[in-house]
Design a protein around this ligand. Structure first.
Ligand SMILES: [Zn+2]
Length: 246
């Protein structure tokens, strides 16, 4: 196979590789979008958990006050029991004072518990509303993730199709040039670079912008041998005239 023909097979191969790259870029963008949504879901769940723990804290406080009241009630019972064994009026009055003091403590705790229960009720109502809203928002985000993951799967099957096409196209390429193409592609992303033609007849490598002398552009136009960029090693090709004359 002569070099112009080989170049033509390489151009065909790059068309497929470029298409694969485009779909891979789309996939990367989708993955980023998915990650963004998943991060938002995780943040939402964190928020919900902290709201829930705040609500539970209120409940725990109430329960602990209730325990305290029970302890104090038991204390009164004990003291009541002691009163039977008391001999002097003075000691009896002292015990009575102690009982009254505990009773007044209980009264204060009961007042506090009323405030707590009101707070708890308000917190509970708020928590339930927010929990519902959070869940709804989360479901919207989860739905979005699913959609995007479906789109990602579609891209995978598109790539699989291109890969199949690629093996057919690659089989037509000269072995040595194919290896060379692959080495450059793995380093640079794309192995072929089109020449950007200037009005004065000179050009530039489409891969690295390296200057191409007018003589070289003429030789490329004649299309007798494959030329590569001295600077970036990419294989040069010229776009057909009608396409470059934009
Ligand atoms: Zn170059």
């Amino acid at each position: 196979m002569k070099e112009p023909e080989i170049l033509q097979t390489l151009v065909e191969l790059q068309k497929v590789d470029r298409a694969i790259l485009d779909v891979e870029h789309e996939k990367t963008a989708l993955k980023e979008e998915i990650k963004g949504f998943k991060d938002r879901i995780a943040a939402k769940r964190g928020e919900s958990a902290s709201k829930k723990s705040k609500f539970e804290e209120t409940r725990k406080k109430r329960v602990s006050i209730e325990m305290e009241i029970k302890t104090k009630e038991a204390e009164i019972k004990t003291k009541d029991g002691q009163s039977a064994g008391i001999k002097t009026n003075e000691a009896f009055k002292a015990l009575q004072r102690e009982i009254d003091s505990v009773k007044s403590d209980i009264k204060k705790l009961e007042d506090a518990i009323i405030v707590f229960m009101e707070e708890e009720e308000a917190a509970s109502a708020l928590f339930k509303t927010q929990e519902k809203e959070d869940k709804e928002e989360e479901n919207v985000l989860i739905g979005r993730v699913k959609e995007l993951e479906e789109q990602e799967k579609t891209r995978d099957s598109v790539i699989a199709g291109y890969m199949e096409k690629r093996s057919g196209v690659a089989a037509a390429v000269d072995k040595n040039w194919y290896d060379r193409y692959e080495r450059i592609r793995k380093n640079k992303g794309l192995a072929l670079a089109s020449i950007i033609e200037n009005a004065d007849g000179s050009g530039a490598c489409g891969g690295c912008k390296f200057t191409v002398r007018p003589q070289t552009v003429i030789e490329l136009r004649k299309n007798t041998a494959i030329k590569t960029c001295e600077n970036c090693a990419r294989i040069w090709y010229l776009e057909p005239k009608q396409e470059t004359a934009k």
